[in-house]
Design a protein around this ligand. Structure first.
Ligand code: ADP
Ligand code: MG
Length: 247
C-alpha cells in the first residue's frame, strides 16, 4: 500500500485531464491459463458505452460477467482486442497508471462489500481520498458527507462487523462515490442483500444515474437489471443481445 502511495506522489496526475468515460471494447478476448489448461472467458466482445448511460450486464453464472467487469474496471487486461476508456488505450498503461485510473475515474461496488474490517465506516470511505493525498480535514468531511448521503450519518464510527449487510453495502457505495468518479461499476451489488436493502442500494444507483454518472451494473436478476436503461446479455463469453429498455 505504501508503494502505491509513493507511486501516486511520483507520477502526478498524468491521467486527470481526460474527458468522458466512454467505454469501448473491440474484439475483446480474455483467456485464463491455469497450468496447462486454458479457458476463454471472453471470446470477442464489441461493446460501447457512452457517458451517462446506465447499463446492466446480465447472463448466467460463468458467462463472463465478472471477467468483463474486471476488464472495464482496469483490474485486469485483455488477452486480445482493444479496450479504450475515455480514449486511453488501456493496454499501453502500466500498473501504476491503471491504479491511478481506478482511483480517479472508477468507483467499485462488489457483492462481498470488500470493506476493511478493522476500520470504521468513516475510515473505509476515506481510503480512496487517502490514495489521492487529499488533506485530512477535507477527506474527513467528504467521507462524512458521503455516509450521510447513503443514510448512514449516524453510523460513521461503526466497523463493518457492527453493521448489517445492507448497511455495509451502503458504506461501500459511499466509498465508491466519495471520489466523485465518472464511472460506477457494481458487480452483483445486491446479491447478498435482503429485499429492503436491495431497494435502498438500487435507489442510490438510480440517484447517481440521474446526476449524470455512468453506471455499469452486473446482475443475474432481471428485476435488478430493470433499473438500468439498457441490458447487455452475455453468454459463454459473447454478447447475445443488447437492448434499450423502454419506459
Ligand atoms: P460470471 O461472473 O458471469 O459468473 P466469470 O467472469 O466469473 O463469470 O467467469 C467466467 C468463466 O471464467 C468461468 O468459467 C470461470 O470459471 C472462469 N474464470 C474466471 N476467473 C478465472 C480465473 N482467474 N482463472 C481461471 N478461470 C477463471
Ligand atoms: Mg460474477
Amino acid at each position: 500500500m505504501a508503494d502505491l502511495f509513493d507511486a501516486f506522489a511520483s507520477t502526478g496526475t498524468v491521467l486527470a485531464e481526460h474527458g468522458s468515460p466512454v467505454i469501448e471494447l473491440v474484439g475483446a478476448r480474455k483467456t485464463y491459463r491455469t497450468g496447462s489448461i486454458e479457458f476463454e472467458a471472453l471470446r470477442g466482445i464489441d461493446l460501447r458505452i457512452e457517458q451517462g448511460e446506465y447499463v446492466a450486464i446480465m447472463g448466467p453464472s460463468g458467462s463472463g460477467k465478472s471477467t468483463l467487469m474486471n476488464i472495464i474496471g482496469c483490474l485486469d487486461t485483455l488477452t486480445e482486442g482493444d479496450y479504450r476508456l475515455a480514449g486511453d488505450d488501456i493496454a499501453e498503461l502500466d500498473e501504476i497508471d491503471l491504479a491511478q485510473i481506478r482511483n480517479l475515474r472508477i468507483g467499485f461496488v462488489f457483492q462481498q462489500f470488500h470493506l476493511l474490517p478493522a476500520l470504521s465506516a468513516w475510515r473505509n470511505v476515506e481510503l480512496p481520498l487517502m490514495y489521492r493525498q487529499v488533506p485530512v480535514g477535507e477527506r474527513r468531511a467528504r467521507a462524512a458527507a458521503a455516509l450521510e448521503r447513503v443514510g448512514l450519518g449516524d453510523r460513521v464510527a461503526n466497523r463493518p462487523g457492527e453493521l448489517s449487510g445492507g448497511q455495509q453495502q451502503r458504506v461501500a457505495v459511499a466509498r465508491a462515490l466519495v471520489g466523485e468518479p465518472d464511472l460506477l461499476l457494481a458487480d452483483e451489488p445486491t446479491g447478498n442483500l435482503d429485499s429492503q436493502s436491495t431497494a435502498d442500494v438500487l435507489g442510490l444507483l438510480d440517484e447517481l444515474h440521474q446526476q449524470g454518472r455512468t453506471i455499469v451494473l452486473i446482475t443475474h436478476e432481471l428485476e435488478v437489471a430493470q433499473h438500468a436503461r439498457r441490458i447487455v446479455w452475455v453468454r459463454d463469453g459473447l454478447i447475445q443481445s443488447d437492448e434499450v429498455i423502454d419506459r
